[in-house]
Design a protein around this ligand. Sequence first.
Ligand SMILES: *[C@@H]1O[C@H](CO)[C@@H](O)[C@H](O)[C@H]1NC(C)=O
Ligand SMILES: *[C@@H]1O[C@H](CO)[C@@H](O)[C@H](O)[C@H]1NC(C)=O
Ligand SMILES: *[C@@H]1O[C@H](CO)[C@@H](O)[C@H](O)[C@H]1NC(C)=O
Ligand SMILES: *[C@@H]1O[C@H](CO)[C@@H](O)[C@H](O)[C@H]1NC(C)=O
Ligand SMILES: *[C@@H]1O[C@H](CO)[C@@H](O)[C@H](O)[C@H]1NC(C)=O
Length: 494
Amino acid sequence: MLFGLAAPLAFLSLTAIAFGWEFTLFFTLGASSVVLTIGLAARVWLKKTLPPKQEGTVAFFHPEASGGGGGERVLWVAVQALQKAQPNVKIVVFSASKYSSQQLLESAADRFNISITASIQVVQLAHGDYVSPGRYPRFTLLGQAIGSVRLAYEGLHQLRPELFIDTSGWAFTYPMCRLSGVRVACYVHYPTVSTDMLQRVRQRKSLYNNSNRVADSRPASWVKLLYYYVFAWFYSMAGACANVVMVNSSWTARHIRQLWWKLEEPHRVFPPCLTADLQRLPLDRKLKHLYLVSVAQFRPEKDHPLQLQAYAEARRWAQANPQDRSSEAILASRLKLVGSSRNAGDEAAISDLRRLAAQLGIADTVDFHVNVSFSELRMLLGNAVAGLHTMVDEHFGISVVEYMAAGVVPIAHDSAGPKEDIVQMEAGKGGYNITGYLCSTLEQYSSAIIEALSLDHTSRLKIAAAARRKALEFSDERFCREFLEAVQPILPSL
Ligand SMILES: *[C@@H]1O[C@H](CO)[C@@H](O)[C@H](O)[C@H]1NC(C)=O
Ligand SMILES: *[C@@H]1O[C@H](CO)[C@@H](O)[C@H](O)[C@H]1NC(C)=O
Ligand SMILES: *[C@@H]1O[C@H](CO)[C@@H](O)[C@H](O)[C@H]1NC(C)=O
Ligand SMILES: *[C@@H]1O[C@H](CO)[C@@H](O)[C@H](O)[C@H]1NC(C)=O
Ligand SMILES: *[C@@H]1O[C@H](CO)[C@@H](O)[C@H](O)[C@H]1NC(C)=O
């Protein structure tokens, strides 16, 4: 919120210093009247060119509606929830895929096991490429932003709904919707501009698409910084046009709060994770052969080496303390790394990990389960004691939720998603229950591993049960309830 105000204030102070306050005053008045005139003209033009508003209609704006990612799952679960709660509302999806409504529903059923029974209407957008990043080799953000407005206009031109729900984060479309008299709700997975990004350009780091040439040259860096700031400011204003803002995590909430010029707190609605099946695994396990699991892709940021080191450290401790009653269990345990290998890079990462395990002397107690099916994964989770997660600053951590749903005690990194949203204590009248362990150093990880492997049956069951209850917060039911609560005030009244 601060940013929306601070940026123009800073700009005005600079002009006041450079050109005096009279100039600044006239400039401000002039600029405001230009903006007002443009706004009014746009409103008149939109009302004239767009078809009459269809009362009782809700449109979901999701150009990639036929995709199979988490964003699409959010879309279909939301459509289903809305249909169940308000059967009289007519639902439309603005989609840039070539699929008909029948095909879209079939693909949702295939990919996500979501059956949408009542009919929906699909408004096809012919120019999906307007928002594809490949179309704009330079000024990608700006290009996509303008593209998204053109795309949304294409949709509104075919059908003007009463409520527009954006589920793919195209914030620049909101002012146009509001100007044409359409209410707006949005579900933000990820801010288009983040304060981290601004900082990176400011520090002239060459990361992501801040190419080296720009990072090396000072004036180019300034121009780029200015571009980002101006862009971020417009983004902040556009976002403020939404009537209801939902975000998928505390991390996203923090960024949106910092950036968008909006007084109300965004609604934090966790995305629906598919955990119902894992929730059915028995909690009370006959754990003869204790093992830890780690479910993650074999990518460097997941930091598998830390897991191997911590596990090796725990075993070393057990060897050094044979008299301790938990040592036997630790020495008999195994570590199972589960993940998919999609390319030669992953393959190489796996060989590196095998080599590291050999160096640490734990090669014969570490198993690799590569490319396992869902039913194998389910079985592996169903018999594990604890699950490892070592990625720093992961915005969420679906694997941690899966551990918890499956009754596996999580040992997760003490940052971002796991810390803020997932591995939280269950507090109540009678005190609190922990739902897992949060660690950041090697020592913390190895002592958490020792502790988890030496839990007695009752204590383990208690943590696992609390973890499983916590994981319910990420269920489809919870998503539907909170999504409906958030949009209720602006739904068409029928
Ligand atoms: C699909 O969903 C139905 C009910 O919504 C459920 O009974 C069934 O078990 C699900 N199938 C799978 C494979 O998850
Ligand atoms: C929110 O969405 C972003 C982008 O898709 C994703 O990286 C993050 O994990 C999501 N957070 C949650 C809680 O699902
Ligand atoms: C932009 O980032 C993508 C993915 O990180 C990368 O493939 C592409 O080469 C980058 N482009 C530039 C100009 O750095
Ligand atoms: C895993 O699957 C990928 C393709 O999906 C394949 O290239 C790779 O060889 C497989 N690896 C193993 C160990 O099965
Ligand atoms: C802690 O867990 C126990 C049993 O699993 C449960 O009865 C109790 O209500 C939980 N305490 C809190 C504060 O939720």
